[in-house]
Design a protein. Structure first.
Length: 169
């Protein structure tokens, strides 16, 4: 029993001695006047300055006509920015009950192209779809709603556009 007691006392003594040594050699210092701010210079930026996600854009165009094939509406792309259309939601309707359609037109490298984005025949279903359509800086995005030439009724449409701008030199 004495041997066990002596072993426990020796172990306890070593723990106390170790604690004293650690406390004596460890120093805690506090900066006067608050936390220390370290400024690092000369590093490369990790931000993508031409990241499309930081320049989102969305808009709606509402072409309409009181007679067939007579109206287009426009959105101008800002100078210095290329528009990338990522998603469209569109719907057109011929109020006379006939077929209606809608196109979306853009200019890229000086060439105008028109995309058919909606066609119906006496229904009001909408088209919602991801796309990848671009438009040059300063150019116009055109939405055009029309109905069948033999149907002299009013037609109209709505196209909502979501996308982003990309800086161009």
């Amino acid at each position: 029993m004495t041997k066990l007691r002596n072993t426990l006392l020796a172990a306890f003594g070593l723990v106390v001695l170790n604690t004293v040594v650690v406390l004596y050699t460890t120093r805690t210092t506090h900066a006067a006047g608050g936390p220390v701010v370290v400024q690092v210079t000369g590093t490369a930026s990790t931000e993508d300055v031409n990241n499309p996600a930081i320049q989102p854009v969305q808009f709606s165009l509402l072409p309409s006509s009181t007679s067939s094939n007579t109206n287009a509406v426009y959105f101008q792309v800002p100078t210095g920015k290329r528009l990338v259309i990522d998603y469209i939601s569109s719907q057109a309707q011929d109020l006379g009950g006939g077929a209606a359609a809608m196109t979306l037109g853009t200019t890229v490298n000086g060439q105008f192209v028109s995309y058919i984005v909606y066609v119906n025949k006496a229904d009001t279903n909408a088209v919602n779809t991801p796309v990848s359509i671009t438009a040059d800086p300063g150019s116009f995005v055109q939405a055009f709603a029309f109905n069948a030439a033999h149907t002299p009724a009013s037609c109209g449409g709505l196209i909502s556009i979501s996308g982003h701008y990309v800086n161009v030199p």
